[in-house]
Every structure is written in structure tokens, then in C-alpha cells.
Design a protein. Structure first.
Length: 85
């Protein structure tokens, strides 16, 4: 599956512990990545400093569902279910 333009759910829902351009301490779950534009598209996607953790994410229909809001709900649920206690 190809990433859906204008989605950005994977740039909002998950916690990212590694540094991201503009976010040197990573990103908390549920916080919008600073690199998303107002249309929910990543502004650093093809740059050399695009984080490895982001490169490693692969869009799958069970995560991305049929639209952006469904994807955000699914990825948020996955984040909640895998958060260490």
C-alpha cells in the first residue's frame, strides 16, 4: 500500500523516541510532528535527514484503513496498547 497523501496519522499517533529534525528529543504520542504541513504532508520525506524510524514505517491497509481519521484512530489504539506501563 502507498501512503495516502494528506494523512499524516503516522506522524501524529506514535511516540518517537529518536531525534527528528526540529524535535531533538523525539515526539510524544498524539503530538503532531513539527515537519507536517497544514495539509498533513511530511515536509522532510525525501530529504537526507528524514529519520530512520520514519523510513522503517510501512503503510498497510490494516493500519491505514480507508481514510485519515480511521488511520489516526487505529494507530492511536496501537500506541495505547503497546505503551509500557
Amino acid at each position: 500500500m502507498q501512503c495516502r497523501s494528506g494523512c499524516g496519522a503516522c506522524c501524529i499517533a506514535p511516540h518517537i523516541s529518536s531525534a527528528i529534525p526540529g524535535m531533538p528529543d523525539g515526539k510524544p504520542a498524539g503530538v503532531r510532528c513539527i515537519n507536517l504541513d497544514t495539509e498533513h504532508n511530511c515536509q522532510i520525506w525525501q530529504r537526507s535527514d528524514y529519520p530512520q524510524v520514519c523510513k522503517d514505517f510501512t503503510a498497510h491497509s490494516e493500519h491505514c484503513a480507508e481514510n485519515r481519521l480511521q488511520a489516526l484512530r487505529i494507530l492511536t489504539l496501537m500506541e495505547d496498547e503497546t505503551r509500557p506501563d
